[in-house]
Design a protein around this ligand. Structure first.
Ligand code: IPR
Ligand code: MG
Length: 151
C-alpha cells in the first residue's frame, strides 16, 4: 500500500469541547468547508505536542474568547467525511469544560468559521448537527458529569 504521508488521506485529530451551563451546551453554526452550516461545538485541530486539555482551552479561547477550567475527557468518535468536497478522516476527542467566569459572554471571534454562538438545551439540540457530534449524541452518552460521582 502506498504511503499516505504527505497526502490529505491521513487521519487527523480534532478536539471538540462541551461548554456546559446548566442543562445547555454552547454550539455555533459552522462556515468552515467541512460540515458547513451544521451546528458544532467549539474546537479544532490538535497541534504538535499539545495535551487534549491544552488544545481544548486554546480552541475555546480562539473561537469564543472564553476562559475555561475543569477540563475533562468525555469520549471520542472516529469519522469519515467522504461526501465533503475534500474527503477527510478525523478522530474527534470530546472534552467538557466550565467557564471560569459564568457571566462571560461568548464572542464570534472567527466570523469566517462560525455564524455565532448560542446556548442550546441538551434535550432539544438544533439540526443538523456536525457529524462527529451527531455520532456522539447517537451513542447515548451525556456530556454532563454523573450527579452521583460527587463532581
Ligand atoms: P479549526 O482548527 O479550524 O478550528 O478546525 P475545525 O473547527 O474545522 O475542526 C477540525 C476537526 C473536526 C473537523 C473534527
Ligand atoms: Mg474550529
Amino acid at each position: 500500500m502506498a504511503s499516505a504521508a504527505g497526502s490529505s488521506r491521513v487521519p487527523r485529530v480534532g478536539v471538540a469541547v462541551f461548554l456546559l451551563r446548566g442543562k445547555t451546551v454552547l454550539l455555533g453554526r459552522r462556515r468552515s468547508s467541512i460540515g458547513a452550516s451544521t451546528f458544532a461545538l467549539p474546537g479544532g485541530h490538535l497541534e504538535f505536542g499539545e495535551s487534549f486539555e491544552e488544545c481544548a482551552a486554546r480552541e475555546v479561547k480562539e473561537e469564543t474568547g472564553l476562559e475555561v477550567d475543569k477540563i475533562e475527557y468525555v469520549t471520542l468518535t472516529n469519522t469519515l467525511f467522504l461526501d465533503e468536497p475534500k474527503p477527510a478522516h478525523y478522530v474527534t476527542i470530546f472534552m467538557r469544560a466550565s467557564m471560569k467566569d459564568p457571566d462571560q459572554v461568548p464572542q464570534t471571534v472567527e466570523p469566517d468559521k462560525c455564524d455565532g454562538w448560542g446556548w442550546y438545551e441538551w434535550d432539544d439540540l438544533p439540526k443538523p448537527l456536525f457529524w462527529p457530534l451527531e455520532k456522539m449524541v447517537q451513542s447515548g452518552l451525556s456530556p454532563f458529569p454523573d450527579p452521583n460521582s460527587g463532581q
